[in-house]
Ligand binder design. Structure first.
Ligand SMILES: C[S@@+](CC[C@H](N)C(=O)[O-])C[C@H]1O[C@@H](n2cnc3c(N)ncnc32)[C@H](O)[C@@H]1O
Length: 268
């Protein structure tokens, strides 16, 4: 985590924590997750490792190879872009209630992740967890908004074929516009996890200011010094410590009458 970067293009050393698949799988088990949403599922590798009652998968082009039904009672697949999913979502019908855990890993452009974040937060509870992928890149080529260019620029480096796009910009956006959130930067290999808690499903700040935020952050250079700022401002949390901090959460007993009443109120 603190070692020197290993190539001229890198602005931080490779993340030393557990692989993000392991972190998410353990998190789902530790918290006894009931309802899980994954945006951007591809082969289903992460989704299959999540233990929950109902797993909801969204991807406009599934390439499933893993058993997405593993560790779950119920699975729903929506083969659409996330914006379409949220536009047509009927929470009660499609998910059955508010989410416990969400993993956002769809289009790797910051404006897409920003929309996925505020649309997801709106269907969470205050004690739910949203995990963002790829927001902690380790070298500049992988952050290119164009995946083809990222590939060309990364050729011959230790991070060949990596593409995070510029979703890292969501970290400073959340810090600036939503200081009420708890944003934990975790050193999960290979491109980090950002774990967001202390949610406010009623917040409309990001949605209301969306156009201004996108205009402002489109002007922020997508280059090493700006990205390095994230690491300079906030210490990375080791994966084991992150799991320990979230260890107190359990959704296992969420099926009682009080939770049902709360869910019913929140659904309106
Ligand atoms: C990096 S892959 C996801 C990998 C998966 N989460 C994992 O870790 O194994 C990104 C996926 O996002 C999907 N995607 C692209 N644009 C999207 C959008 N607008 N909404 C939802 N998914 C999108 C792509 O089809 C692709 O399968």
């Amino acid at each position: 985590m603190t070692a020197a970067p290993d190539s001229a293009h890198a602005f931080v050393a490779d993340h030393q924590g557990q692989h993000y698949s392991e972190v998410l799988a353990r998190l789902s088990r530790n918290a006894a997750v009931r309802r899980y949403l994954e945006i951007g599922v591809a082969f289903g590798d992460i989704f299959s490792g999540i233990a929950c009652r109902h797993g909801v998968a969204v991807d406009p082009a599934f390439q499933l190879k893993a058993n997405v039904a593993a560790n779950k009672t119920k699975v729903s697949l929506f083969q659409v872009m996330s914006d379409v999913f949220f536009e047509h979502l009927d929470l009660r019908r499609d998910i059955g209630g508010r989410l416990d855990l969400a993993f956002l890993d769809g289009m790797h452009l910051f404006e897409f992740l920003l929309r996925d974040f505020f649309n997801t937060e709106a269907i969470c509870r205050r004690d739910s967890i949203i995990v963002l992928h790829d927001c902690l890149p380790v070298a500049e080529p992988m952050t290119d908004r164009d995946p083809v260019q990222a590939g060309l620029r990364g050729r011959g480096t230790p991070h060949e074929h990596w593409w995070t796009g510029d979703v890292w910009k969501v970290v400073p956006i959340l810090k600036r516009y939503r200081p009420d959130l708890d944003v934990m930067l975790v050193d999960a290999a290979p491109t980090g996890l950002v774990i967001v808690t202390g949610l406010d499903p009623s917040s409309r700040t990001l949605k209301k200011n969306y156009d201004a935020i996108v205009a402002e952050f489109s002007r922020v250079p997508n280059t090493g010094p700006e990205i390095a700022q994230i690491y300079a401002e906030t210490l990375l949390v080791p994966t084991e410590e992150a799991l320990r901090r979230l260890g107190g959460r359990s959704y296992a007993h969420g099926g009682g009458w009080l939770r049902k009443v709360m869910d019913a109120i929140n659904l309106q």
